[in-house]
Write a protein of this length. Structure first.
Lengths: 227, 263
């Protein structure tokens, strides 16, 4: 007996956040936590901005070598999981469906709504313009932080790549700025997830069943698909 | 566990230590949980500093992190390009004097008497007769202006001259198919590099900085300079070189820093 909500084999029914995606999301959360905490420890040994030091309570690794060990352990998780996530997003067309097209008008309208505190979160299956820009942007920064990380790890072996960015200190600065952007993203991302707890829940449970064919929610939140 | 000795090395005793005391008191010795004592001491230290606990110090966590670090050594060996040269710079960019770095402050540097100093050899080396500083100064000199990158993140451009390590190892009849070259230093520092790095064209035994004899704080009379390793691999105040196939931990790797430390 097929499930009652499967109406047509042509439709692709799955959760809003399929299981592989949820697993990768949370692995990424752990990896990012390790990379940022240990990165701050490494930063503290030779601050780029003299006055900026990360408090001991916020860094991972009490001594320099522990920070380094965590960073060069976490990098494997972050990179391998990141490659899996990007491949999945492209192969399943999730990125194309969820993040495109991006219209300037949509982005501006979302910003205007946000400024007037009229931002709607009823439909979790649809990303607004700002969300699209932020998710795509943080993915790009994620790729850049890995590339600059490789250049810092192997400035001589990967000198051709490193030369595209500049001197060792320039690459350090770019790597640091990428981290800053990711931290800013996480602050916004986590704040909004906590303000709309249902969105946090869907990243655990998978959320409503959606049908890719018409991008509409057909099960739990069926009525919210049209805005 | 019996204590093994390798008589082939200068730096290990010819006669093994008397182990009868250990066997007579084996049970007592094994009862002492050194790690427990260390952990206790570190926990107390952490309490006094009020920084909370650090899971990094946990034995099982360290085991995993060090296993990954060892895996990263293998990855770096694979990535290493034996003939790929690091960028070199012009004499006008050389920082004078070089930046001091060691595991102790500069005031604690113990100058070496170059007149009595000798470079000794051990392991898989054909001609183990020691070299005096004068003999080393007469060896053909290579001059490189390269960047020194410290694991902490800072860097500077330095000009180093001295015997090319590959040419020097060939001269003393070292087995170039061996795995490691160890440097034993006057400050109880040991450092070792993989043979491919030892044979890299930009790996030298430096006797000079910016054209002048090395100053005491920077490794007089002899130090290693290679363009493909982090700063701490560049041993200073070298007093002996050993070529071997046996891996043993070095000053920083014992403390958890990555051994290969390639750049």
């Amino acid at each position: 007996m097929p499930a009652p909500n499967v109406k047509s084999t042509a439709r692709q029914l799955h959760r809003l956040h399929p299981l592989p995606l949820r697993i990768m999301h949370w692995i990424n959360a752990v990896a990012i936590f390790i990379m940022i905490g240990s990165g701050w420890k490494i930063y503290n040994d030779d601050a780029i901005f003299g006055i900026l030091h990360f408090p001991d309570a916020l860094v991972i690794g009490k001594w320099a070598q522990y920070g380094l060990q965590w960073h060069f352990f976490g990098m494997w998780i972050f990179v391998l999981n990141g490659i899996a996530y990007l491949s999945y997003g492209i192969a399943t067309a999730r990125f194309r469906r969820k993040l495109f097209p991006i219209s300037v008008r949509d982005v501006l309208a979302t910003v205007a709504d946000a400024l007037r505190f009229r931002l709607g979160h009823d439909d979790l299956t649809h990303y607004n313009g700002v969300q699209k820009v932020l998710y795509l942007g943080v993915m790009m920064v994620g790729i850049l932080i890995v590339i600059t990380g490789l250049c810092l790890w192997k400035p001589v072996q990967f000198s051709e790549l490193a030369n595209l960015f500049g001197s060792f200190q320039t690459i350090r600065l770019i790597h640091f700025l990428c981290m800053s952007v990711i931290v800013a993203f996480i602050l916004v991302h986590v704040t909004l997830a906590l303000l709309v707890p249902r969105s946090l829940l869907t990243m655990l449970t998978g959320g409503p069943v959606v049908d890719d064919a018409n991008a509409a929610a057909v099960a739990a939140h069926g009525g919210e698909a049209t805005r | 566990m019996p204590i093994r000795t390798r008589t082939s090395s200068l730096f290990r005793p010819l006669k093994p230590a008397d182990q009868s005391v250990f066997y007579a008191n084996r049970r007592l010795v094994e009862d002492i949980d050194r790690r427990g004592i260390l952990r206790g001491a570190l926990s107390l230290g952490a309490l006094t500093m009020l920084t909370g606990c650090d899971v990094s110090e946990d034995d099982s966590v360290q085991k995993v992190l060090r296993a990954v670090s060892a895996w990263n050594d293998r990855v770096q060996e694979t990535i290493f390009r034996p003939n790929h040269l690091a960028r070199t710079y012009s004499p006008s960019q050389v920082v004078k004097p070089p930046r001091f770095n060691a595991h102790f402050p500069i005031e604690d540097v113990k100058p070496i008497d170059g007149a009595t100093w000798q470079l000794e050899f051990a392991g898989l080396i054909g001609d183990k007769r020691p070299w005096t500083a004068q003999q080393i100064y007469q060896f053909p000199e290579q001059d490189i202006i390269i960047k020194h990158i410290c694991v902490e993140g800072w860097d500077y451009i330095g000009q180093w001259s001295g015997p090319n390590l590959r040419a020097f190892l060939e001269r003393v009849g070292a087995d170039l198919t061996a795995k490691y070259v160890y440097f034993i230093c006057a400050d109880d520092y040991t450092e070792s590099i993989d043979m491919p790095t030892a044979l890299h064209p930009q790996t030298i035994l430096a006797t000079k900085y910016a054209g002048d004899t090395l100053a005491d704080p920077f490794g007089y009379p002899l130090r290693l300079r290679t363009s493909t390793k982090l700063g701490y691999k560049n041993a200073k105040w070298i007093k002996a070189i050993e070529v071997t196939n046996t891996f043993s931990e070095t000053f920083w790797s014992k403390q958890g820093f990555n051994w290969f430390a390639g750049i």
